[in-house]
Design a protein around this ligand. Structure first.
Ligand code: GTP
Ligand code: MG
Length: 200
């Protein structure tokens, strides 16, 4: 799919101020610093569209980006950033959970996982929570450029193996790099197919 336009629309913590209407939206979630904002910039080919940072905790709000005047990408704050403190983390958790549970336009959630790491308890628990609440999601293994291809494959296989202990059926998954643009075509095709299905 060609990205003809990508515009920032609004940032807020309040669901009632998110864009109205029924255009489908695709949101990005995962631990702080996993690469959510960078992935949005990579997919849209707009370097500074979503704000990124080398230090975790950059995105604090729900950010809507309108794509091709037809659907939204949504950048969410990351979870699990300890330096935010208990109270700060709880606030972010509320924003995230509220959005995921209440936002009817949310068509698919991309859960980002750092491809270099072993399965983390916080991510597995988050997936379990998604499952319990019937939230459609897919996985994106990020920062693929940081591993050699053999290691990358074995990391991902190990991750999927671990998931199989918890899940009867695995969610769709993608491998991405915001550096070398790995995964861009696959993720955009996936979104395009869902959009077509919705419109048919
Ligand atoms: P929060 O908003 O804090 O939750 O973080 P985020 O998940 O939005 O992460 P962000 O996109 O801001 O990226 C965090 C850091 O990882 C930045 O320094 C990025 O340059 C780097 N990064 C993100 N994606 C990739 C990638 O695919 N490859 C490499 N090498 N670095 C990446
Ligand atoms: Mg971010």
């Amino acid at each position: 799919m060609e990205i003809k336009s990508a515009e920032f629309v609004i940032s807020n913590t309040d669901l009632s101020k998110c864009p109205t209407g029924n255009m489908p939206e695709y949101a990005f979630i995962g631990r702080s610093n996993v690469g959510k904002s960078s992935l949005i910039n990579m997919l849209t080919n707009r370097r500074g569209l979503a704000m990124t940072s080398a230090t975790p905790g950059k995105t604090m709000l729900i950010n809507h980006f309108l794509i091709n005047n037809n659907w939204y990408l949504v950048d969410l704050p990351g979870y699990g950033y300890a330096k935010r403190g208990q109270k700060g983390q709880e606030q972010i958790k509320q924003i995230i959970e509220n959005y995921i549970l209440e936002r009817e336009q949310m068509t698919n959630l991309f859960l980002l996982i750092d491809s270099r790491l072993e399965p983390q308890k916080i991510d597995l628990e988050f997936m379990e929570w998604l499952g319990e609440n019937g939230i459609p999601f897919s996985i994106v293994f990020t920062k693929a450029d940081k591993l050699k291809s053999g290691k990358l494959r074995s990391q991902i296989n190990a991750y999927l193996h671990a998931l199989k202990e918890q899940w009867e059926e695995l969610p769709p998954y993608f491998v991405s790099s915001a550096e070398d643009r790995t995964g861009r075509d696959e993720i955009l095709k996936y979104i395009e197919d869902i959009n077509k299905e919705i419109n048919s």
